[in-house]
Design a protein around this ligand. Sequence first.
Ligand code: USQ
Length: 390
Amino acid sequence: MKVMILGADGYLGWALSLRLMARGHDVVGVDNFATRKSVAEVGSDSAIPILGMEDRIKAAKDIHGFKMRFHEGDVTRYEFIHKALKEEKPDTVVHFAEQRSAPYSMINAQHAAYTMQNNIVGTINLIYAMMDVNPSMHVVKMATMGEYGTPNFDIPESAFVEVEINGKKDRITTPKFAGSWYHWTKVHDTNNLLLANKIWKTTVTNIFQGPVYGTRTKEITDEKLHTRCDFDEVWGTVVNRFAVEAVLGIPLTAYGAGGQIRGYLSLEDSVDALSLLIENPAQKGEHRTVNQFVELLSINEIAEIVKKAAKKEGIDAKIDHIENPRVEADKHYYNPEVKVLPGLGFRPKLKMSDLAAQLIADLLPYKARIEKFRDRIMPHTRWTRTENAR
Ligand code: USQ
């Protein structure tokens, strides 16, 4: 099938491009390189060096014989995305082309507004362009588990729930209470996609994914094929950050009491699950909701896993509980439902405890490179407004 990946230069986008080509799909990438620029803006870089897009595509051809086309451009420009869809006529569009960092969105008013504009406008443009070019296209949209926040109820894998208010019953959208401007952009996208489905019967898979970690997939067999791996306080996610901290000998930065629970999955499991959802599309006119993660773990459990893995690599990692720069519950109930992916045959391959040592081993050769960004590790982007005013 022909798949267009918006955000093909990103952590997931590049890894998924390789996986889909390995599975015989025709892949067209789209990206405006915003992540590269925004990571440089906060004075950081990927822990592992990555090639530019032209060289990546050449390496994928030389090493695996994959052929990939690429359009450079910004999905917030309607004419661009409309033209790309019209020219390529994909069966499926995967939408990853969003600002994906919660801390980045919390820096100040400009960063909050950029995140809102970039993410919400990009998705609206995709909806309209798809309706104009091919209304039955399958849109695979990256949402986030963080849309729900950490509610004191079981999170259903469903866009709607039934409620009774004053004795009257109705269906409402599943309640959400996200914890950053970034996470709220995803809630707004979800609502906009639900309206498109209601009025135009669009075909959508909306994926509520938890934080992803790791450096490898089956196709990343050569350093020329690496996907990015961020670790700084703005762009790094917790597991990759802990692994880098272990490599640098910095105590693992557990925020607050460390009882925050999220649903984690490895990069390999993420691209595996995404491929399944692409190859088993939503029914025509269906808005399919998918909760995507493998293990529920607390920050304290992750810190212990990384500490143990570091020991295998000869590193004696320490764990520090530092003041939480975010406003979030660090002791809470968390129980999201997961039935769609298992129903499609998704079987996770490895747990974090199996993979953490490999992640650290993959980062060790780049210790000198990462060392240059040591001062970008400790959190200074705070959710409290005054301290970030820049
Ligand atoms: N945390 C630490 N120490 C650190 C970094 C993070 O304790 O050094 C904690 C955070 O306070 C939070 C948890 O780890 O409780 C997860 O934070 P994260 O930075 O790994 O992930 P998050 O900001 O939630 O965002 C990431 C991706 C985002 C995706 C989201 C899925 O950047 O694109 O939507 O994971 S989820 O978390 O389920 O919303």
